[in-house]
Design a protein around this ligand. Structure first.
Ligand code: HEM
Length: 419
């Protein structure tokens, strides 16, 4: 980190400066030590230590996830609001909802992602990953992001939903455009493009849902069409179309970007730490813990907001009612109080699985078992089929959106020899 930042009061540092975003960890370290809970210049409150983050996300009574206008994000241009009116209204189902309503939706979706269901996908995930490797194995070089890490989760979720693989490029675009506004740093033109994407996504999915309503199939979309709330006021009812679209959008988006980022980050860390690479090559039973350690070191979702319902104390600091609080998952994951030598990538770290990259509490990632399985299979195959993996002398891998929420590599050019 530059001297200008070192010399500054850490509570005054702009977290979204490109310099901090490219490598936020020195900044995080100072926040954890000097001002673990503080109001940032952007208006929201930063909660940075492991135990404090847990206390926030496990307490939806005080820390709401209900979507509110994020005061730190510039309001969208009027065109965006007009375009949005052409589509279905936004509703709160999973991420941006609170119990008890959240619990109802969560129960519907949970069933599709039970470990047993995920285990049934093992062979198809393996086939998808192997096919992607087949396409580049004879080249001796690859951009692992574009040619592998994007394709694995995208194909898995497209197949699970039951949509045509030929439509995957559209999926990718909709998925990218749906998370892009989260950065809060888009040009008005790009915001308009993203708003159009949302409408296109809705039109496409409404047609697919209608197809299932007429003819059920053996896929996730059909499961969602048939799902009925099991308790509460709406017991026995199904989801409305806006609710269904919101759930599908979250499955599509939450599952793609994040898993792509995980696979790429874990690979880069292995390449940069040859002794760790050698260990895992020698013993594939270390792969699940490698995945946890990569999630700890480089959380694809660095932080997410909550909204205080009352004055509330966190780590000895009182945060006023109506504040935006950021649960800083990526920062908490490097809390030295929880993880000795926190900046060291250690695939044998015994508590790596306690990492917070999937969140905690009622919003704990519904796709965690699937993501873990995709990443495990990806590394079983990459490490079996590719030897001598090294960084290609092309360009330095950099991080994508420069967003404080999502963190992932733009590309990862590698060379290798086929095993
Ligand atoms: C490495 C991969 C992944 C990471 C790092 C990740 C991260 C997260 C995090 C941090 C949350 C918690 C949100 C909060 O605290 O408010 C979350 C929730 C969620 N994730 Fe994931 N996720 C991943 C993969 C997936 C996959 C594969 C799917 C589905 C196909 C998925 C679907 C969801 C959904 C629907 C939620 C909302 C759950 C709720 O609010 O109850 N995620 N994820």
């Amino acid at each position: 980190m530059s001297n200008s930042i070192d010399a500054t009061d850490i509570t005054k540092v702009n977290m979204v400066s490109p310099e901090v975003l490219e490598c936020p960890y020195p900044y995080y370290e100072r926040v954890r030590e000097e001002a673990p809970v503080h109001q940032t210049p952007l208006g929201f409150w930063a909660v940075s230590r492991y135990e404090d983050v847990l206390s926030v996300v496990r307490n939806p009574e005080m820390f709401s996830s209900l979507a509110q206008s994020n005061s730190f994000v510039t309001p969208p241009p009027p065109e965006v609001i007009e375009i949005a009116k052409q589509g279905y209204p936004r509703v709160n189902t999973l991420l941006s909802n609170d119990p008890p309503s959240h619990t109802q939706f969560r129960n519907l979706v949970n069933k599709a992602f039970l470990p047993k269901r995920v285990a049934q996908l093992e062979d198809s995930i393996r086939k998808i990953a192997n096919d992607l490797i087949d396409a580049f194995i004879n080249d001796g070089k690859v951009d692992l992001v574009e040619q592998f890490a994007v394709g694995v989760p995208l194909t898995v979720i497209a197949d699970a939903l039951g949509v045509d693989r030929a439509d995957m490029p559209k999926f990718k675009k909709w998925s990218d455009d749906s998370v892009a506004p989260l950065s809060g740093m888009l040009t008005p033109e790009r915001q308009i493009e993203c708003a159009h994407s949302r409408i296109e996504f809705q039109k496409y999915m409404v047609d697919r849902v209608r197809e299932r309503e007429e003819n059920l199939r053996d896929d996730l979309l059909s499961d969602l069409v048939q799902a009925r709330f099991d308790s509460g006021e709406r017991a026995g009812e199904g989801m409305t179309m806006p609710e269904m679209l919101d759930v599908i959008a979250q499955l599509l988006v939450a599952g793609n970007e994040t898993t792509t980022k995980l696979i790429a980050a874990a690979t880069l860390m292995l390449v940069e730490n040859p002794e760790q690479m050698a260990k895992v090559r020698a013993d594939h039973s270390l792969i699940p813990n490698l995945v946890e350690e990569a999630l700890r070191m480089e959380a694809p979702v660095q932080m997410l907001p909550r909204f205080t319902k009352d004055d509330v104390e966190v780590g000895g600091v009182v945060i006023p009612k109506g504040s935006v609080v950021m649960a800083m998952y990526g920062c908490a994951n490097r809390d030295g109080g929880k993880y000795p030598n926190p900046d060291m990538f250690d695939i044998e770290r015994d508590n790596a699985r306690t990492q917070l990259a999937f969140g905690q509490g009622p919003h704990f990632c519904v796709g965690a078992a699937l993501a873990r399985s995709e990443a495990r299979i990806a590394f079983e195959l990459l490490l079996s089929r590719l030897n001598n993996i090294a960084l290609a002398n092309v360009d330095t891998p950099t991080h994508r959106e420069l967003s404080m929420t999502l963190r992932g590599l733009t590309n990862l050019h590698l060379t290798f020899t086929p095993a």
